[in-house]
Design a protein around this ligand. Sequence first.
Ligand code: TRP
Length: 439
Amino acid sequence: MERETWTNKFAFILASVGSAIGLGNIWLFSWRVGAYGGASFLIPYILFVFGIAAVGLMGEWAFGRSQRKGAIGAFENVFKSKNEKYKGFGAALGLIPVAAIYSIYIFYTIVIGWLIKYFFLAISGSFSTMDIPSYFGSFPGSSASISWHGAAIIINLVIVYFGVSKGIEKANKIIMPLFFGMLILLLFRSVTLDGAFEGFKYIFMPDWSKITMSETWVMALGQAFFTLSLGGATMLVYGSYAKDETSIPSAALQTVTFNFLASLLAAFVIIPAVFAFNLDPNAGPGLLFITIPNIVNQMPGGLLFGSVFFLSVVFAAVSSSISMLEPAVEGFMDKTRISRTKTVLLLSVLAFVIGLPLDLNMSLFGKWVDITTVYVLPFGALVSAFVFFWIYGASKAREEINKGDGFKFGKWFEFYSKYIFVPVAVLVLVLNIAFGGIG
Ligand code: TRP
């Protein structure tokens, strides 16, 4: 069967933007901006996302496109071309990023389940009558969350079942414009609140004591990698569906810009509202599930704000989660020649079943999140960058990145990708382990 491709460059960018924009932009970004002094976090973040992580993004795309395979097949090809004997090793190595991202899919769909539930709590006006903190303390981790988790699995199943152009591409074409539209609507509400100005000041005025803290820089670096979905499988498989004439540098600039805009928009929705109601911008995990419902209860027009807010977060999260399922689906189909339908069904049921114990036990859930995001994901990002820029080779890598119609990188890029980007990817892994997570 011929390999599917995106309909055009725009569809490719939209799908990648959909993958990039997720809980990382809304939940994590706003939390980090809150915790690390607003602009003092933005400065290193901008530097890292445009100057470093974008190289990883282009590398993953180009790696996938050069081999017309997902990570397993692509790694296998590169090792095979060195020596037939290494073929199996290459495939096994490529399985690591795919498994890593599938493991992230397993917990991400659980969080999507909570978000769908919160959307329904919001539209039914339930936040005003419930004890918000104790609800968040008991709903996740209980059997009541299972059916919502199941709903999240089914949404992803349906989209990925329809394949690359009719499923993933189409879903993103609907989701992304709605997402941006909803965020802009929310922005109007937030910025017109009394006291919102304090939030603006917070975002724009750097807190100099925080910018000199190494932790601010470390977190910005981790966030830059996570937000661009670097892990060695997602962007790689998305790149494998891109046409040869698509300019990777220009697609990267657009993807990174849209992704950054989404983060900023989310921060401008959340932080001014947090300040307007004298809440803590550094609430951490409770930001979405405690702080926002509290805001909804106090805000004029809160019912609409809350409903639109949770729907937009669900949208952002689904456009990401489908990109976590697809690498495993592609790898499984490619290796077994089993149909997409059967593969999607199998991997969906498997993800749901593996997720069940995590539904019921928050400490297990936490451990799963830690192991997958702290160790396995950064390892996947590093391995794919190393295989592409060092083993496939920086010069061929640059050629592939430059292949489309548009901007071309000079020879310096070979040095930069090999000796700057790859060592930084090592650093991201080391820092993740040292800090117990920097995403
Ligand atoms: N980038 C997404 C976010 O910010 C998460 C994501 C989607 C991801 N696909 C990924 C992260 C693959 C790592 C690897 O929420």
